[in-house]
Design a protein around this ligand. Structure first.
Ligand code: ASP
Length: 598
């Protein structure tokens, strides 16, 4: 009989078990206990002795059976027996429970199991397609269990922080209408309105702004967002954001709210509270790191060689006539003088593929005690340029200096990518370096019709000092938009919103959105703003990305229970699949291509 006492207070005790495998304590020694879980391993020693390693979500414990065991790997069993210390010399220091075993066990099979397609162990390497096809088995592995539980810790810490700061959790619809975040949207056909579609929200952006008009004051939501864009390590079709919005606030207030919640989550997940998060302007991030998501775990800052080559005769480094903003930027690769020619050629090709006119390289060498440059371009440099290049870049013998001379932003971004490719490390590898990037440009280039493209979304407030440039020089307008970056990954973005119809009208005009188009796309928001919109601002950051980094993973798929593959398929359910002819008819839909066989 299981004594009631054994069950009292033990974490995880239920009517079927008294304890959890990984949470046994020395005080339990001598107790008659009952555990439930999966058979991790079974070893038989003749007919009279068998060992079963029993696993539940908290750990594994060795169970000793005087007899044979009719249960194979991954059978679900209940084990009753007495907890005892292992005989001296028989302890297993690699197992948290390795000092004990359950003796005199009886094993009851609760469910049989076919041999699993791969062993339920972290050490076993399995290709991702198989892992996703049998995700329910993959998730049994200790590492995946830990990842999902870490994610839950992050969620709980975020909720607690938001509640404490007076934010109210409100759920917003998934069946919605287009939201301007710049990605392709998923559409859902309406059965009741054949021919019409809902759109799955790219974010609750418009809904949360409506909630500000409603007087919710501080809103948040752990919100699912859907974007039909190419999948990669930090992107899935559906992802989860901590989404927030607040009224009567400015940028500093929002940065304060977000910092508080993220640092709380970091502390809960890693046991350490990071220091306050520093800020950097977008322009500075571009200048020093060649990106709007700088990885601050390593230096390798870009160097400006504009002065060195200001009056150069070297064609490759001279500013072309009429160039709007030309730059000569450099990146020093420590020890890169040893790169083989083929590797350097590869870098040149990469730079060209990214749009640069070229990439110059200089190996810093030494001969007869004289420091020099080894490069096809060296013979064209003047002595002043040669010493200037060395002095400005700080490169020493053995280093490689990569130089891009091009339009300023392009020169920076090409070298920024090389900086990460040559000096970076996996995103989940500590230390954790956060940074706020502020003062993003309002627009990001122009579209095919020549209209500026919003860098954030069209409801972002321009920087007050740049309002007058909206009509005259849109490319120079800074916005009140900000990003939070961790280890080179963009965690999230936000902005102070436009709540005044006159400024919104000017932004739409700059974007080439006519009053009629604005009315058709966002009329309901603009309507709402006519009834008293408070100044408001907000932010959203990716919980998948945050949890992935905290768990040391380099893709968000490792912290998502059922992610899609790179091609957007779900090998477990087979989605996306063809619909039956009847279902299509109900929706008023005719397909023009057959669904692919998979
Ligand atoms: N909705 C924005 C996004 O998903 C964030 C924000 O501006 O609040 O990126």
């Amino acid at each position: 009989m299981i004594s009631e006492g054994a069950r009292d207070g033990a974490p995880g005790a239920t009517s079927m078990r008294t304890h959890l495998c990984g949470q046994l304590e020395d005080g339990d020694v001598g107790r008659f206990i009952r555990l439930c879980g999966w058979v991790s391993r079974r070893r038989e020693h003749g007919e009279h002795l068998a060992f079963v390693d029993l696993r539940d979500h908290t750990g594994t414990i060795q169970c000793v059976v005087d007899g044979s065991v009719d249960a194979r790997s991954e059978y679900v069993v209940a084990v009753t027996g007495t907890l005892r210390r292992r005989p001296e010399g028989m302890e297993n220091p690699n197992l948290a429970t390795g000092g004990w075993e359950v003796g005199d066990c009886e094993i009851e099979v609760l469910a049989t199991a076919e041999p699993p397609p791969f062993a339920v162990e972290d050490r076993v390497d399995v290709d991702e397609a198989t892992r996703l096809r049998y995700r329910y088995i993959d998730l049994r592995r200790p590492r995946m269990q830990a990842n999902l539980r870490l994610r839950a810790v992050v969620n709980a810490a975020l909720r607690a922080a938001m509640d404490r700061m007076g934010f109210c959790e409100v759920e917003t619809p998934l069946l919605w209408s287009p939201t301007p975040e710049g990605a392709r949207e998923f559409a859902v056909p309406s059965r009741l309105h054949p021919g019409a579609f809902y759109v799955l929200p790219q974010s609750p952006q418009l809904a949360k702004q409506l909630l500000m008009v409603s007087g919710m004051d501080r809103y948040y939501q752990i919100a699912r967002c859907l974007r039909d864009e190419d999948l990669r390590a930090d992107r899935q079709f559906e992802f989860t954001q901590l989404d927030m919005e607040a009224s009567f606030v400015n940028q500093d207030d929002v940065l304060g709210f977000v910092s508080e919640s993220v640092l709380d989550a970091a502390e809960a997940a890693t046991g350490e509270r990071p220091p306050p998060i520093a800020r950097m302007t977008w322009a500075e991030a571009l200048e020093r790191y060649g990106t709007d998501k700088p990885d601050l775990r390593f230096a390798m800052e870009l160097v400006d060689l504009g002065e060195v080559f200001a009056t150069t005769e070297v064609r490759a480094f001279a500013a072309p006539q009429g160039a709007r903003r030309h730059a000569v930027k450099a990146l020093v690769v420590e020890g890169g003088a040893s790169f083989a020619r083929s590797r350097l050629d590869g870098l040149v090709e990469t730079a060209k593929a990214e749009g640069a006119k070229g990439l110059a390289w200089f190996k810093v060498t030494e001969g007869d005690g004289v420091v020099g440059l080894d490069s096809p371009l060296d013979r064209f440099l003047s002595e002043t340029e040669r010493t200037g290049l060395l002095a400005a870049s700080g490169a020493v013998v053995g280093d490689l200096v990569l130089v891009v001379s091009d339009e300023h932003r392009l020169a920076c971004t090409v070298l920024g990518r090389m900086r990460v490719a040559l000096g970076g490390r996996p995103v989940g590898e500590g230390p954790y370096r956060y940074v706020w990037v502020v003062e993003f440009p309002m627009f990001d280039g122009v579209d095919s019709a020549g209209h500026p493209v919003p860098a954030h979304h069209p409801f972002t407030m321009p920087h007050p000092d740049d309002l007058d440039l909206l009509e005259t020089d849109p490319a120079a307008v800074r916005s009140q938009a900000y990003d939070l970056v961790l280890n080179g990954w963009e965690l999230g973005s936000g902005s102070v919103r436009v709540h005044r119809a006159d400024i919104q009208g000017r932004i739409f005009a700059a974007l080439g959105i006519s009053a009629e188009q604005a009315e058709a796309r966002f009329g309901f928001l603009l309507d709402a703003f006519r009834y008293g919109a408070p100044p408001h601002a907000g932010f959203a950051f990716g919980i998948d990305r945050l949890a992935a980094i905290f768990s040391g993973a380099d893709t968000i798929r490792e912290v998502i229970a059922f992610p899609k593959t790179q091609s957007g398929a779900d090998p477990l359910t087979g989605a996306p699949k063809a619909l039956s002819a009847n279902a299509l008819a109900d929706l008023g839909i005719k397909t023009t291509v057959p669904a692919p066989e998979r």
